[in-house]
Ligand binder design. Structure first.
Ligand SMILES: *[C@@H]1O[C@H](CO)[C@@H](O)[C@H](O)[C@H]1NC(C)=O
Length: 341
Protein backbone atom coordinates (compact mmCIF):
# COMPACT_ATOMS: atom_id res chain seq x y z
CA UNK A 1 0.00 0.00 0.00
CA UNK A 2 2.67 2.40 1.14
CA UNK A 3 4.96 1.59 -1.71
CA UNK A 4 2.10 1.94 -4.21
CA UNK A 5 1.44 5.49 -3.02
CA UNK A 6 5.14 6.18 -3.25
CA UNK A 7 5.17 4.89 -6.79
CA UNK A 8 2.17 7.01 -7.65
CA UNK A 9 3.87 10.04 -6.16
CA UNK A 10 6.98 9.18 -7.98
CA UNK A 11 5.23 8.82 -11.32
CA UNK A 12 3.43 12.09 -10.72
CA UNK A 13 6.79 13.68 -10.01
CA UNK A 14 8.16 12.18 -13.20
CA UNK A 15 5.17 13.39 -15.12
CA UNK A 16 5.67 16.90 -13.78
CA UNK A 17 9.37 16.75 -14.46
CA UNK A 18 8.65 15.50 -17.95
CA UNK A 19 6.21 18.33 -18.58
CA UNK A 20 8.70 20.86 -17.32
CA UNK A 21 11.43 19.34 -19.43
CA UNK A 22 9.12 19.34 -22.44
CA UNK A 23 8.25 22.98 -21.87
CA UNK A 24 11.88 23.85 -21.44
CA UNK A 25 12.84 21.96 -24.58
CA UNK A 26 10.12 23.51 -26.69
CA UNK A 27 11.11 26.91 -25.39
CA UNK A 28 14.72 26.15 -26.26
CA UNK A 29 13.69 24.98 -29.71
CA UNK A 30 11.69 28.16 -30.21
CA UNK A 31 14.59 30.27 -28.98
CA UNK A 32 17.00 28.32 -31.14
CA UNK A 33 14.83 28.76 -34.19
CA UNK A 34 14.44 32.46 -33.45
CA UNK A 35 18.21 32.66 -33.09
CA UNK A 36 18.58 30.88 -36.40
CA UNK A 37 16.10 33.24 -38.05
CA UNK A 38 17.98 36.18 -36.61
CA UNK A 39 21.26 34.80 -38.03
CA UNK A 40 19.66 34.31 -41.44
CA UNK A 41 18.17 37.79 -41.29
CA UNK A 42 21.58 39.25 -40.29
CA UNK A 43 23.21 37.54 -43.28
CA UNK A 44 20.49 38.71 -45.62
CA UNK A 45 20.79 42.36 -44.59
CA UNK A 46 24.52 42.31 -43.87
CA UNK A 47 24.08 43.19 -40.19
CA UNK A 48 27.09 43.02 -37.90
CA UNK A 49 26.96 43.79 -34.17
CA UNK A 50 29.72 45.25 -32.05
CA UNK A 51 29.73 42.59 -29.36
CA UNK A 52 27.74 39.61 -28.02
CA UNK A 53 25.80 41.89 -25.63
CA UNK A 54 24.57 44.01 -28.51
CA UNK A 55 23.70 40.89 -30.49
CA UNK A 56 21.69 39.50 -27.57
CA UNK A 57 19.86 42.81 -27.21
CA UNK A 58 19.09 42.92 -30.94
CA UNK A 59 17.96 39.29 -30.92
CA UNK A 60 15.41 40.13 -28.23
CA UNK A 61 14.07 43.11 -30.18
CA UNK A 62 14.02 41.00 -33.35
CA UNK A 63 12.03 38.32 -31.51
CA UNK A 64 9.46 40.80 -30.26
CA UNK A 65 9.11 42.36 -33.70
CA UNK A 66 8.78 38.98 -35.45
CA UNK A 67 6.11 37.92 -32.95
CA UNK A 68 4.22 41.17 -33.53
CA UNK A 69 4.49 40.92 -37.33
CA UNK A 70 3.38 37.29 -37.40
CA UNK A 71 0.46 37.77 -35.03
CA UNK A 72 -0.70 40.81 -36.99
CA UNK A 73 -0.56 38.87 -40.26
CA UNK A 74 -2.22 35.73 -38.94
CA UNK A 75 -5.04 37.70 -37.31
CA UNK A 76 -5.94 38.78 -40.84
CA UNK A 77 -7.96 41.75 -39.62
CA UNK A 78 -5.99 44.40 -41.53
CA UNK A 79 -6.13 44.98 -45.30
CA UNK A 80 -2.34 45.10 -45.39
CA UNK A 81 0.51 42.77 -44.46
CA UNK A 82 3.62 43.38 -42.41
CA UNK A 83 7.03 41.94 -43.23
CA UNK A 84 10.27 41.09 -41.42
CA UNK A 85 12.25 43.74 -43.28
CA UNK A 86 15.59 45.44 -42.69
CA UNK A 87 14.18 47.32 -39.70
CA UNK A 88 13.33 44.15 -37.72
CA UNK A 89 16.05 44.60 -35.08
CA UNK A 90 15.04 48.17 -34.19
CA UNK A 91 12.50 49.25 -31.62
CA UNK A 92 9.89 51.62 -33.00
CA UNK A 93 11.47 54.47 -31.01
CA UNK A 94 14.91 53.85 -32.48
CA UNK A 95 13.46 53.52 -35.93
CA UNK A 96 11.48 56.76 -35.96
CA UNK A 97 14.30 58.67 -34.27
CA UNK A 98 16.82 57.79 -36.97
CA UNK A 99 14.80 58.19 -40.14
CA UNK A 100 11.79 60.40 -39.82
CA UNK A 101 13.16 63.89 -39.63
CA UNK A 102 10.61 65.97 -41.40
CA UNK A 103 10.43 69.08 -39.22
CA UNK A 104 6.73 68.72 -38.62
CA UNK A 105 6.85 70.27 -35.19
CA UNK A 106 7.50 73.57 -36.92
CA UNK A 107 4.23 73.46 -38.84
CA UNK A 108 2.43 76.24 -37.00
CA UNK A 109 5.14 78.65 -38.05
CA UNK A 110 5.18 77.54 -41.67
CA UNK A 111 3.61 80.01 -44.05
CA UNK A 112 1.50 78.36 -46.70
CA UNK A 113 1.66 79.89 -50.18
CA UNK A 114 -1.77 81.25 -51.13
CA UNK A 115 -1.82 80.48 -54.87
CA UNK A 116 -2.82 77.05 -56.15
CA UNK A 117 -2.38 76.59 -59.87
CA UNK A 118 -4.40 73.37 -60.01
CA UNK A 119 -7.47 74.92 -58.42
CA UNK A 120 -9.56 74.61 -61.58
CA UNK A 121 -8.26 71.30 -62.87
CA UNK A 122 -11.15 69.25 -64.19
CA UNK A 123 -9.23 66.42 -65.84
CA UNK A 124 -8.95 64.19 -62.80
CA UNK A 125 -8.72 60.55 -63.95
CA UNK A 126 -9.89 57.77 -61.61
CA UNK A 127 -6.32 56.50 -61.41
CA UNK A 128 -2.85 57.94 -62.00
CA UNK A 129 0.60 56.33 -61.85
CA UNK A 130 3.42 58.66 -62.86
CA UNK A 131 5.79 55.68 -63.19
CA UNK A 132 3.90 54.77 -66.37
CA UNK A 133 4.76 58.19 -67.84
CA UNK A 134 8.43 57.67 -66.96
CA UNK A 135 8.36 60.53 -64.46
CA UNK A 136 9.64 58.57 -61.44
CA UNK A 137 13.23 57.45 -60.85
CA UNK A 138 13.93 54.06 -59.22
CA UNK A 139 13.43 53.76 -55.45
CA UNK A 140 16.30 55.23 -53.45
CA UNK A 141 17.47 54.54 -49.90
CA UNK A 142 18.14 57.34 -47.42
CA UNK A 143 19.82 54.88 -45.03
CA UNK A 144 20.44 55.94 -41.47
CA UNK A 145 20.10 59.69 -42.16
CA UNK A 146 17.00 61.76 -41.41
CA UNK A 147 16.93 63.55 -44.75
CA UNK A 148 13.57 62.25 -45.98
CA UNK A 149 12.74 65.89 -46.80
CA UNK A 150 15.51 65.93 -49.44
CA UNK A 151 14.31 62.67 -51.02
CA UNK A 152 10.74 63.95 -51.13
CA UNK A 153 11.69 67.30 -52.69
CA UNK A 154 14.05 65.64 -55.17
CA UNK A 155 11.43 63.11 -56.33
CA UNK A 156 8.92 65.93 -56.93
CA UNK A 157 11.60 67.94 -58.79
CA UNK A 158 12.55 64.89 -60.89
CA UNK A 159 8.86 64.53 -61.78
CA UNK A 160 8.25 68.12 -62.88
CA UNK A 161 11.56 68.15 -64.77
CA UNK A 162 10.45 65.10 -66.76
CA UNK A 163 7.05 66.68 -67.47
CA UNK A 164 8.54 70.00 -68.58
CA UNK A 165 11.66 68.82 -70.47
CA UNK A 166 10.86 65.22 -71.39
CA UNK A 167 13.99 64.05 -69.56
CA UNK A 168 14.04 61.91 -66.44
CA UNK A 169 17.25 62.62 -64.55
CA UNK A 170 18.02 61.28 -61.11
CA UNK A 171 18.83 64.35 -58.99
CA UNK A 172 21.07 64.86 -55.97
CA UNK A 173 19.80 64.60 -52.41
CA UNK A 174 23.34 64.92 -51.09
CA UNK A 175 23.61 68.42 -52.54
CA UNK A 176 20.61 69.42 -50.42
CA UNK A 177 22.07 67.66 -47.37
CA UNK A 178 25.48 69.35 -47.71
CA UNK A 179 24.65 72.74 -49.22
CA UNK A 180 21.14 73.69 -48.09
CA UNK A 181 22.19 74.44 -44.52
CA UNK A 182 21.68 78.17 -44.07
CA UNK A 183 17.97 78.00 -43.27
CA UNK A 184 15.68 75.48 -41.66
CA UNK A 185 17.12 72.44 -43.42
CA UNK A 186 19.79 70.61 -41.47
CA UNK A 187 20.88 67.59 -43.49
CA UNK A 188 20.47 64.31 -41.66
CA UNK A 189 18.96 66.19 -38.71
CA UNK A 190 15.86 67.09 -40.69
CA UNK A 191 14.30 69.67 -42.94
CA UNK A 192 11.31 70.77 -44.97
CA UNK A 193 10.46 70.12 -48.61
CA UNK A 194 9.39 73.74 -49.18
CA UNK A 195 12.77 74.95 -47.93
CA UNK A 196 14.49 72.52 -50.28
CA UNK A 197 12.47 74.02 -53.17
CA UNK A 198 13.52 77.51 -51.99
CA UNK A 199 17.16 76.41 -52.02
CA UNK A 200 16.89 74.97 -55.55
CA UNK A 201 15.30 78.22 -56.78
CA UNK A 202 17.95 80.42 -55.12
CA UNK A 203 20.76 78.17 -56.30
CA UNK A 204 19.44 78.34 -59.88
CA UNK A 205 19.11 74.59 -60.05
CA UNK A 206 20.12 71.23 -58.70
CA UNK A 207 22.77 68.82 -59.91
CA UNK A 208 22.39 65.13 -60.73
CA UNK A 209 22.76 62.10 -58.49
CA UNK A 210 25.68 61.06 -60.75
CA UNK A 211 27.48 64.41 -60.23
CA UNK A 212 26.87 64.52 -56.51
CA UNK A 213 26.18 60.99 -55.26
CA UNK A 214 24.37 60.13 -52.06
CA UNK A 215 26.52 59.39 -49.00
CA UNK A 216 23.93 59.36 -46.23
CA UNK A 217 25.95 61.55 -43.85
CA UNK A 218 26.30 65.32 -43.41
CA UNK A 219 29.22 66.61 -45.43
CA UNK A 220 30.71 69.88 -46.61
CA UNK A 221 29.19 71.42 -49.69
CA UNK A 222 30.99 70.56 -52.92
CA UNK A 223 30.70 73.93 -54.65
CA UNK A 224 31.88 72.64 -58.05
CA UNK A 225 29.27 69.92 -58.17
CA UNK A 226 26.67 72.32 -56.77
CA UNK A 227 27.30 74.75 -59.66
CA UNK A 228 26.65 72.08 -62.28
CA UNK A 229 22.88 72.39 -62.63
CA UNK A 230 20.94 69.77 -64.54
CA UNK A 231 17.40 70.74 -63.43
CA UNK A 232 15.80 74.05 -62.53
CA UNK A 233 12.52 75.15 -60.98
CA UNK A 234 10.93 78.60 -61.01
CA UNK A 235 8.87 78.35 -57.87
CA UNK A 236 6.78 76.16 -55.62
CA UNK A 237 3.26 76.15 -54.22
CA UNK A 238 1.47 74.52 -51.34
CA UNK A 239 -1.62 72.41 -51.90
CA UNK A 240 -4.51 73.86 -49.86
CA UNK A 241 -4.29 72.09 -46.51
CA UNK A 242 -6.66 69.34 -45.34
CA UNK A 243 -8.31 68.83 -48.71
CA UNK A 244 -7.88 65.44 -50.39
CA UNK A 245 -9.73 66.68 -53.50
CA UNK A 246 -7.17 69.45 -53.94
CA UNK A 247 -4.43 66.87 -53.40
CA UNK A 248 -5.99 64.64 -56.05
CA UNK A 249 -6.05 67.50 -58.60
CA UNK A 250 -2.40 68.12 -57.80
CA UNK A 251 -1.28 64.48 -58.04
CA UNK A 252 -3.21 64.19 -61.32
CA UNK A 253 -0.98 67.02 -62.58
CA UNK A 254 2.49 66.05 -61.26
CA UNK A 255 4.24 64.06 -58.48
CA UNK A 256 3.66 65.87 -55.18
CA UNK A 257 5.73 66.12 -51.99
CA UNK A 258 3.69 65.11 -48.95
CA UNK A 259 4.41 64.97 -45.25
CA UNK A 260 3.01 62.12 -43.18
CA UNK A 261 3.06 60.63 -39.71
CA UNK A 262 5.14 57.50 -40.30
CA UNK A 263 5.90 56.76 -36.68
CA UNK A 264 3.85 53.61 -36.12
CA UNK A 265 5.13 50.02 -35.99
CA UNK A 266 2.81 49.07 -38.83
CA UNK A 267 4.42 51.71 -41.03
CA UNK A 268 7.88 50.45 -40.01
CA UNK A 269 7.01 46.90 -41.09
CA UNK A 270 4.51 47.62 -43.88
CA UNK A 271 4.94 45.09 -46.65
CA UNK A 272 1.89 45.07 -48.96
CA UNK A 273 -1.77 45.96 -49.37
CA UNK A 274 -3.60 49.19 -48.65
CA UNK A 275 -2.31 50.77 -45.47
CA UNK A 276 -5.05 52.01 -43.21
CA UNK A 277 -3.05 53.00 -40.11
CA UNK A 278 -2.93 53.23 -37.29
CA UNK A 279 -1.19 56.58 -37.38
CA UNK A 280 -1.68 60.07 -36.05
CA UNK A 281 -1.11 63.42 -37.71
CA UNK A 282 2.19 64.40 -36.13
CA UNK A 283 4.02 64.85 -39.40
CA UNK A 284 7.50 63.38 -39.17
CA UNK A 285 8.30 61.98 -42.62
CA UNK A 286 8.56 63.36 -46.14
CA UNK A 287 7.57 61.17 -49.09
CA UNK A 288 6.15 61.68 -52.59
CA UNK A 289 2.63 60.99 -53.85
CA UNK A 290 3.20 59.70 -57.39
CA UNK A 291 -0.33 58.53 -58.13
CA UNK A 292 -3.61 57.23 -56.80
CA UNK A 293 -6.19 54.63 -57.67
CA UNK A 294 -8.89 52.28 -56.47
CA UNK A 295 -8.48 48.61 -55.53
CA UNK A 296 -11.50 46.47 -54.60
CA UNK A 297 -13.44 49.72 -54.14
CA UNK A 298 -10.83 51.05 -51.67
CA UNK A 299 -9.35 54.34 -52.79
CA UNK A 300 -5.62 54.80 -52.18
CA UNK A 301 -2.69 57.14 -52.66
CA UNK A 302 0.37 55.67 -54.37
CA UNK A 303 3.37 56.89 -52.42
CA UNK A 304 7.10 56.64 -53.16
CA UNK A 305 9.22 56.15 -50.04
CA UNK A 306 13.01 56.34 -49.66
CA UNK A 307 13.71 53.22 -47.60
CA UNK A 308 14.93 50.96 -50.43
CA UNK A 309 12.98 48.28 -52.31
CA UNK A 310 12.90 45.78 -49.42
CA UNK A 311 10.33 47.91 -47.61
CA UNK A 312 6.70 47.92 -48.72
CA UNK A 313 5.60 47.13 -52.26
CA UNK A 314 9.06 47.34 -53.88
CA UNK A 315 9.63 50.57 -51.96
CA UNK A 316 6.13 51.99 -52.45
CA UNK A 317 3.11 52.13 -50.16
CA UNK A 318 -0.55 52.40 -51.01
CA UNK A 319 -2.29 54.50 -48.35
CA UNK A 320 -6.04 54.74 -47.94
CA UNK A 321 -7.44 57.81 -49.68
CA UNK A 322 -10.52 59.86 -48.78
CA UNK A 323 -10.69 58.80 -45.18
CA UNK A 324 -13.25 60.59 -43.02
CA UNK A 325 -10.75 62.96 -41.43
CA UNK A 326 -9.93 66.13 -43.37
CA UNK A 327 -6.20 65.72 -42.69
CA UNK A 328 -6.15 62.47 -44.66
CA UNK A 329 -4.62 59.22 -43.44
CA UNK A 330 -1.48 59.94 -41.39
CA UNK A 331 -1.96 63.65 -42.21
CA UNK A 332 -1.12 63.18 -45.91
CA UNK A 333 -3.28 66.17 -46.93
CA UNK A 334 -1.87 68.56 -44.34
CA UNK A 335 1.37 69.83 -45.92
CA UNK A 336 1.56 68.83 -49.56
CA UNK A 337 3.54 70.97 -52.00
CA UNK A 338 5.10 70.92 -55.44
CA UNK A 339 7.80 72.67 -57.47
CA UNK A 340 6.90 74.70 -60.56
CA UNK A 341 9.10 74.41 -63.64
C1 LIG B 1 -10.08 79.44 -61.26
O1 LIG B 1 -11.26 79.95 -61.77
C2 LIG B 1 -11.67 81.18 -61.14
C3 LIG B 1 -13.04 81.55 -61.73
O2 LIG B 1 -13.01 81.54 -63.12
C4 LIG B 1 -10.62 82.24 -61.41
O3 LIG B 1 -11.00 83.45 -60.78
C5 LIG B 1 -9.29 81.77 -60.86
O4 LIG B 1 -8.26 82.71 -61.18
C6 LIG B 1 -8.93 80.42 -61.45
N1 LIG B 1 -7.73 79.93 -60.78
C7 LIG B 1 -6.62 79.57 -61.44
C8 LIG B 1 -5.49 79.13 -60.60
O5 LIG B 1 -6.52 79.60 -62.65
Amino acid sequence: MDSKIKIQHLSLAFLLLGMLAFQATSRTIQDASMQERHEEWMARYGKVYEDPQEKEKRLNIFKQNVEYIESSNSAGTKPYKLGINQFADLTNEEFTASRNRFKGHMCPSIERTPSFKYENVTNVPSSVDWRKQGAVTPIKNQGNCGCCWAFSAVAATEGITKLSTGKLISLSEQELVDCDTKGVDQGCEGGLMDDAFKFIIQNNGLTSEANYPYKGVDGTCNANAEANHVATIKGYEDVPANNEQALQKSVASQPISVAIDASGSDFQFYSSGIFTGSCGTELDHGVTAIGYGVSDSTEYWLVKNSWGTEWGEEGYIRMKRNVGAKEGLCGIAMQASYPIA
